[in-house]
Design a protein around this ligand. Structure first.
Ligand SMILES: [Zn+2]
Length: 181
């Protein structure tokens, strides 16, 4: 960031009084421009013994499969964000039940929060950000073509938990490595 979004003058990197890390601070109006992690909200939509995945029509990871999820907007709840993303990406008619996975990605400043959700019907279809939307049994999951490690984390837990019919919240941290996200 070079210029203050409040007054248009230049900003400088410095540690504000009482803070402990560098921020962009406007030298003119003194506004401190904080940058904090983004929340990615989404769903794991379930229909009988199958789960719904979307094939991405956008970068990053164009052509890879993912759960419907995306950046939370201002003025919405987490649950609303997860539901909205499922409609945008899959036109899915679903009911979110409970929070299922919470994954921190410190290297890209994101936190994923995914809900378990019940599909209400089979009237789903690809939204503009998806090339395709399909239901998969455990055996059909395209493990080598999943878009993100967060999705892998969530699906692994799901199929493990399903054996016990118990779905506690799972949380974890995914660190930077040489692979995607
Ligand atoms: Zn300013």
């Amino acid at each position: 960031m070079k210029y203050c979004s409040e007054c248009g003058k230049g900003v400088e990197l410095k540690i504000p009084d009482g803070d402990n890390r560098e921020r962009h601070v406007c030298s003119h109006c003194q506004t401190i421009h904080y940058k904090n992690p983004n929340v990615v909200a989404g769903c794991l939509p379930v229909w009988e013994d199958k789960i719904l995945l979307c094939k991405r029509a956008i970068e990053p990871r164009h052509g890879f499969w993912t759960l419907p999820a995306g950046f939370m907007e201002n003025d919405e709840s987490l649950e609303q964000a997860a539901t909205r993303e499922s409609i945008e990406e899959a036109n899915a008619n679903l009911e979110v039940t409970n929070i299922y996975t919470i994954v921190s990605l410190p290297h890209i400043n994101q936190v994923y929060i995914l809900y378990l959700a019940k599909l209400k019907d089979l009237n789903f279809s690809a939204g503009v950000e998806s090339l395709d939307v399909q239901l998969f049994t455990e055996e059909q999951i395209p493990w080598d073509n999943l878009a993100f490690r967060t999705i892998n984390f969530t699906l692994k837990h799901y199929f493990e938990d399903r054996k016990n019919n118990s779905f506690p919240v799972h949380h974890g941290t995914i660190e930077k490595n040489n692979r995607y996200q």
